[in-house]
Design a binder for this molecule. Structure first.
Ligand SMILES: [Zn+2]
Length: 392
């Protein structure tokens, strides 16, 4: 059900991750969040980092904010996004470089390709026992962010089928069984989070759009079934999102096909309130197809800001893409975001900050055209500029 974006046409948000402040030098280093929060230095740095990043989002005027994924360590190519689960869910062996059954494929197996560097540091565990939630502790992580702001905080997580794709299964009879077990374990975690009051839970990257021809060895129908097992019962409690994009390790696009169209019918079957699409990078090329395929019970969240480029979008560019989307999607069902997270090795805090401002600035142009209330953008308020001596 709609909670955070209820009655908010053209609501604005970001995918999740933000560049770490440079002074945030400690990390979980494999510890449970609750254990690390008993470490005075980590607790202070983590709490302060979450506060300043939420404040940055407030200054940019965003409606729905995130904790910037500050639980993730400084690692290589964004390993922590899936590694956080690999290192903490029950049933996993310690992370190590195993001799993979099939060996790395494609770009990831090609020395000299930037994705090879990601692959070298991925360190997947083996599934050696029943998959359980382990100590993900998403509820406490969400609380640590929500208690410093009145704005709704979205909590996102890599989804179970991606967790399965990147590990070796030694326990379950087949991969389909392993995917369903991981999805069920995560569903338990999300229910605790929803019961605690989290206003948006975002499951990130089902394998569907990366595997239109069952390339990953499991059918699209299996992936849909697993995803809906992971969200089962959640929509009765809170707002549930599915995030999709075309890749983010080292801010790279990992897929060359780059089309949602072949899998839109399956994406429409996902049991969620909102589906996000990467649309800024290709100028909204598939907006008509996306709008036609996704049912009216869902909202569509489009990327209007790129996460792979350093050039900050102009508000007019953002507004133009929003207008293009509005030809196919009602403003009440349209949410505005970034194509993916700003990550930890893609850009600086400054770039990410001004991209967030551009997002809301562009949204305000269209809001004004539609007669909707504009969002205050403290960062764009002349009264607080050193360059102006009187308000104008
Ligand atoms: Zn993404």
């Amino acid at each position: 059900m709609f909670v955070a974006t209820k009655d908010k046409p053209l609501a604005t948000t970001i995918t999740g991750s933000l560049p770490r402040p440079e002074w945030f030098t400690s990390g979980l280093d494999g510890r449970a969040f609750s254990i690390a929060m008993g470490d005075r230095i980590f607790r202070e740095q983590y709490s302060d980092a979450v506060s300043v990043l939420i404040n940055d989002q407030w200054r940019a005027g965003l409606d729905v904010v995130t904790d910037g994924d500050m639980r993730f360590d400084v690692d290589v190519g964004g390993r922590a996004w899936h590694g956080y689960l690999h290192d903490r869910m029950g049933g996993m062996s310690p992370a190590a470089r195993h001799a993979a059954a099939t060996g790395p494929r494609g770009r990831e197996g090609t020395p000299g390709d930037i994705l090879h560097e990601v692959s070298e540091t991925r360190l997947p565990p083996r599934l050696v026992g029943p998959a359980t939630r382990g100590h993900l502790e998403y509820t406490d992580i969400w609380k640590a962010a929500q208690r410093v702001t009145a704005k709704p905080v979205k909590l996102g997580s890599c989804c179970g089928q991606l967790v399965e794709l990147l590990l070796e299964n030694d326990y379950y009879g087949d991969r389909g069984e392993a995917v369903m077990a991981l999805s069920a374990a995560l569903n338990e975690e999300y229910h605790e989070l929803a019961d605690a009051g989290c206003p948006v839970i975002q499951l990130e990257e089902p394998c569907l759009h990366f595997s239109p021809d069952d390339e990953f060895g499991l059918s699209l129908a299996t992936y849909v079934e697993a995803f809906n097992r992971e969200t089962a019962g959640l929509r009765a409690k809170t707002e549930v999102w599915c995030h999709t994009c075309w890749g983010n390790p080292f801010a790279q696009k990992v897929e060359s096909g780059y089309l949602y169209k072949p899998v839109l019918d399956h994406m429409a079957q996902l049991d969620v309130d909102v589906i996000t699409f990467e649309t800024a990078a290709n100028g909204g090329a598939e907006l008509a197809e996306i709008a036609a395929a996704i049912g009216k019970d869902k909202k569509i969240c489009i990327g209007v800001i790129e996460h792979r480029t350093l050039q900050v979008e102009r508000p007019e560019e953002v507004a133009a893409l929003i207008r293009k989307a509005l030809k196919h999607i009602e403003p009440e069902r349209l949410i505005l975001s970034t194509d993916c997270g700003f990550g930890r090795q893609g850009m600086s805090r400054v770039h990410a900050f001004y991209k967030m401002v551009a997002l809301v600035w562009g949204a305000n142009i269209v809001r004004q055209e539609l007669g909707l209330a504009e969002a205050p953008i403290p960062a764009a308020d002349k009264r607080f500029s050193f360059l102006y001596r009187t308000a104008s």
